[in-house]
Design a binder for this molecule. Structure first.
Ligand SMILES: O=C[C@H](O)[C@H](O)[C@H](O)COP(=O)(O)O
Length: 236
């Protein structure tokens, strides 16, 4: 699809859309929630990038004005964020999320936890029946010290769900991936649902050495899903 404004949702089924087209359509829809003068939380990833590009264009055209972007600024100077827009790796039917497969979970959780409204933008491939249901990683940020010990404690915690914990690595040399905060990431893979997410979250955060996890529970206020059949906007 050509770059530019997304088509009305009724037209989507007549086109062959790439996953990136769907991400762009969801992102452009989310940008409609922005008003001049807002403090905005801006996320990372291939979906959020479309929103940032669109905001930039509207600012250049003068259609939006006086926007403060977090983290271009920071929470110390702007502790209240009006609206955050970001992608996600998984969205469950209750709008709980997995985030952080790109490694940015901690800072994103800080900014998105401080916002009045959190709009999530995804293509339909991100929808799951339960958290972990894609079979892909649920990241946990840990300090480097004794990471193997922390990984084994995490894996044991979810033994009944067939959990496998793996250190995230980079490149052929399989060097540990280091986050913006100087930490490692342990990716958890589940074979079955982990059940009560709040209880799972509490158990993870009680392990000394864990900094944060990638489950964003009850944080999204709106999820915009772009699919072959059009746009769906889900509100909490
Ligand atoms: O750490 C990365 C962020 O949580 C992203 O929002 C998430 O991984 C989704 O990224 P994408 O839009 O590229 O699929």
């Amino acid at each position: 699809m050509e770059a530019g404004l997304p088509l009305p949702s009724s037209s989507l089924s007549q086109l062959i859309l790439t996953q990136d087209d769907l991400k762009k359509i969801a992102a452009y829809k989310a940008v409609e929630y922005i008003e001049s003068g807002m403090v905005l939380g801006l996320g990372t990833g291939s979906t959020a990038k479309h929103a940032v590009d669109r905001i930039g264009k509207l600012l250049r055209q003068g259609k939006l004005k006086d926007i403060v972007g977090i983290p271009t600024s920071n929470l110390d100077s702007h502790p209240v964020v009006d609206l955050a827009i970001d992608g996600a790796d998984e969205v469950d039917p209750y709008l709980n999320l997995v985030k952080g497969r790109g490694g940015s979970l901690l800072r994103e959780k800080m900014v998105e936890g401080a916002c009045k409204k959190f709009v999530v933008i995804v293509d339909e491939s991100k929808l799951v029946n339960y958290i972990g249901g894609s079979g892909l990683a649920m990241p946990v940020e840990v300090i480097q010290f004794c990471w193997k010990f922390t990984a084994s404690r995490l894996q044991n915690l979810f033994q009944e769900s067939g959990c496998v914990a793996k250190l995230r690595t980079l490149g052929e040399k399989a060097e540990p991936y280091v986050t913006d905060n100087g930490n490692y990431i342990i990716d958890l893979y589940f074979k079955q649902s982990i059940g009560d997410l709040k209880a799972a979250s509490d158990s993870i955060l009680q392990i000394a050495g864990v900094v944060e996890h990638g489950m964003f529970i009850d944080m999204a206020t709106t999820v915009i899903v772009a699919g072959e059949l059009g746009l769906i906007v889900k509100n909490k």
